[in-house]
Design a protein around this ligand. Sequence first.
Ligand code: SF4
Length: 383
Amino acid sequence: MTTYSHSKLGTFQQCKFKYKLQYIDRIKVELEGIEAFMGKRVHETLEKLYKDLKFQKLNSKKELLAFYSQQWDKEWHDEVIIAKKEYTAANYKEMGRKFVSDYYEHYKPFKQLVTLGLETQDRLELADDIQYHVRIDRFACDKDGNYYICDYKTNNSLKAQEELDEDRQLAMYSLWVRKTYPDAKSVKLVWYFLAFDKEMVSERNEEQLSALKQDTLALIKEIESCKDFPTNVSALCDYCPYKPQCPAWKHEIELEAKSPKEFKDDDGLKLVDEYSLLDETRKRAESKMEEIKEKLVEFSEQKGINMIWGTEKKASVKEYYKVVFPEDKEEIVRLIKQKGIYEDVSSVNYLILGPKILKNQVPSEIIDKVKTEKAHRVSVSKR
Ligand code: SF4
């Protein structure tokens, strides 16, 4: 039985290489982004709040904040990374403190809902051999038979309602609630955006949940048949604990550790600088050539000539007719097929066929006729 979770699927969609290191090679890392560290402490604190309430113990705000602070100090370790260099650990600690404090003020004395579970560890069976990890921050219900899947968000961006209506995480948990509690009148998905002291709600109907289940199973199928795990560099790399092992960042990390002299002498750095300079020169030359080409045509037309002479070379300017096809080619293609000339004028698009062969998306008889070999593509972009 294989278990999938929201973060496992999300990691695959974000970066396949990270997925491989984390879930296939199971490489353990100590590095942790401070945002995730702070998020964990806030979650622990709110878990304590509701856990104690189950035992009729209402913590004062002061007690709760003291717990938050203790947890922060107890769990702090040297591998916590602060990607945004302009802020300190103290800034983040204070942020989390404010989240807890605002939440406390907003919801005290916390009697709106009855807590059924905290940081749940349930499993939803998606298929015979596939299950889904149901981890709800706070699972609750009211007296009218409505169930609530509550999720605390500690990041600094407020999602749009549209995004939440498409969100996979809580909606998947909603499948589990509906299966486990068939009496549910409704299952509400509730996000607490703590940085904004804002609560947002969404709901899914049966049809949406069934489509979501199919989409999730399709994604799982893609994961299980995946053979290629490339890196995907994005802004999220700054929060990735695998950055030191990542081939997309290893060289940059090596460079950072070098002295200014070693930095300048690095072979890789020199090659990239030279390559990008040539790349820019080529692009500038191509654009200049287009400009000159237009001027040569103009010159030949003005003079009524078709050969223009330079010091060592001459340029021939020839007029020819080219066919301009309409943008929408559907009708033409239909006619070509209807008139029986499709075979004469069409050819196989190898740019489309190649990737399909690599992804095993064509019959094996075709795959057997080709061989694959390694090739390299080099492209330069801004750091
Ligand atoms: S650093 Fe970026 S590219 Fe590398 S594994 Fe992490 S997310 Fe992927």
